[in-house]
Design a protein around this ligand. Structure first.
Ligand SMILES: Cc1ncc(COP(=O)(O)O)c(C=O)c1O
Length: 452
């Protein structure tokens, strides 16, 4: 991959290309291309040229991302605030040690004072001295469904946030910035809730067995067929929990003697799955293709440590949209790299499925790629579908293998029927197969995509 110079627009904003080998912003981010001004059009065209050139025709649209930088004053004031609270925290801990101030949080018991301390790590210090003072700013109980607006239970604290009492009042219609009910399907009224209620009357709530034994319902099969059709792949499997979909299936796919290349900002469930697998894990910088390519090259050249035998498998693990940063994986480039170095790709679409792409089919749809280029597609039903659980999708032989080898398929109880029904109803709505036109509202017109 060749190096090329970055563009400097008139307003002094540095406009980097999204290329491998091109000087990126922090962690390879593309920076602030949003406004449609003249200088940005030149970046735009160069991006397009690059993607066509470097990905062998895989992707011909420009890939633009915008990230707001923290203003210096805000950063300085925040760090100063934390510094002051930390100094006062140490002072108050000193007073608590001498029993001058009352301590409300778990402490070492007197009879265990000679043991290695259980609670004296920094997290405990942080909770006691910093978090407790500010927790009421966002940590409020909700008493409604997690829609665009929520109702809060009002409460008051007589002792500076250590304990709370409910006043009996409800604060209504507060804007919800916390839940991931992206398309508004997590409701207690409407089409999805009604079909879930109907199915509950017929099937009940609990299945009381695993898919391998007596918990395999026709609705589970319907769901898996629908997911496979939605994603455009041969087959799919559904699991009762998104977190377990990652943490239990990665160990079934890969093990000792293999290598996992993991984005540094991957979700905890991916990290846990990678650790449980026993494979060697190497971490690349977030969404940074130079960093990923270097690890791939090193892995091929040097093989396993000490023996230098080739790795049995190399698995690249990325997410579609990174939930905390909002960044979108550079999928065309990841696919180009995985093909060049003959690695496998595991894509977690927890936050992108349903919410991204002209037809809501995730990051693969967003980039207009072939889903068969991703070896293992994973996603959750907790976000856009307003339900619970996760899926793995891809080739039929992979699904057949997972049905017998994945711990969450063999040992975990099957999904609850109303949850399955909620997913089927919301997915059909997105696909426009529910007999309504509601799903059309979620479909982004292709002409608009280049502006997103
Ligand atoms: C990227 C990613 N993968 C997996 C999960 C776990 O999914 P669930 O919450 O459905 O268990 C999450 C949860 O937010 C996530 O962000």
């Amino acid at each position: 991959m060749t190096e090329s110079s970055a563009n400097k627009p008139a307003n002094g904003e540095v406009c980097h290309r999204t290329t491998n080998g091109v000087k990126p912003c922090r962690n390879g981010f593309v920076k602030n291309h949003y406004q449609q001004q003249q200088h940005q059009k030149s970046c735009y065209l160069e991006e397009k040229v690059y993607h066509i050139a470097s990905n062998g025709g895989l992707y011909s649209r420009p890939f633009l991302e915008s990230f707001e930088q923290t203003p210096m004053l805000v950063a300085v004031l925040t760090y100063m605030g934390y510094g002051i609270l930390t100094i006062f925290g140490y002072l108050r801990d000193f007073l608590r040690d001498w029993k001058i101030e009352k301590c409300h949080i778990a402490r070492e018991r007197e009879e265990q004072k000679d043991f290695v301390p259980l609670y004296q790590d920094f997290e405990n210090f942080y909770t006691r001295n910093l978090y407790m003072r500010i927790r009421d700013s966002w940590n409020r109980p909700i008493c409604s469904v997690p829609g665009a607006k929520v109702d809060l239970v009002e409460r008051a604290s007589p002792d500076y946030n250590w304990t709370f009492e409910y006043t009996g009042r409800v604060v209504r219609d507060v804007i919800n910035m916390g839940s991931y009910n992206y398309l508004g399907f997590a409701e207690n009224k409407g089409m999805c809730a009604e079909s879930a209620a109907t199915v509950t009357e017929c099937y009940g709530v609990g299945v009381a067995s695993t898919r391998q034994e007596m918990g395999n319902l026709d609705r589970h099969r319907d769901l898996e067929e629908l997911v496979a059709r939605f994603l455009g792949v041969e087959s799919a499997m559904a699991f009762g929990m998104g977190f377990a979909t990652n943490s239990m299936n990665i160990p079934a796919i890969i093990g000792k003697g293999s290598l996992i290349l993991s984005d540094e900002l991957n979700h905890a469930s991916l990290v846990l799955g990678a650790r449980l697998s026993g494979a060697t894990i190497r971490v690349f910088k977030h969404n940074n293709m130079q960093s990923l390519e270097k690890l791939l090259r090193d892995a091929i050249i040097h093989g396993q440590p000490r023996t230098h035998r080739p790795w049995r498998k190399i698995l690249i693990v990325v997410e579609g949209i990174y939930s905390m940063e909002g960044s979108i994986v550079r999928l065309p480039e990841v696919i180009a790299l995985k093909k060049r170095y003959k690695a496998y790709l595991y894509l977690d679409e927890a936050h992108s499925i349903g919410a991204l792409g002209p037809q809501g089919r995730g990051v693969v749809d967003y980039f207009g790629l072939d889903p068969r280029d991703v070896d293992i597609l994973m996603g959750t039903f907790t976000k856009s579908f307003g339900a619970a659980g996760g899926y793995i999708a891809g080739r039929k032989d992979l699904m057949d293998y997972l049905r017998t080898h994945s711990h969450s398929a063999v040992y975990a109880t099957s999904m609850s029927p109303p949850v399955v029904e909620q997913i089927i109803a919301s997915m059909k709505c997105i696909m426009g197969e529910d007999g309504t036109t509601i799903g059309e509202a979620f479909v982004i017109h292709p002409a608009l995509i280049s502006f997103l």
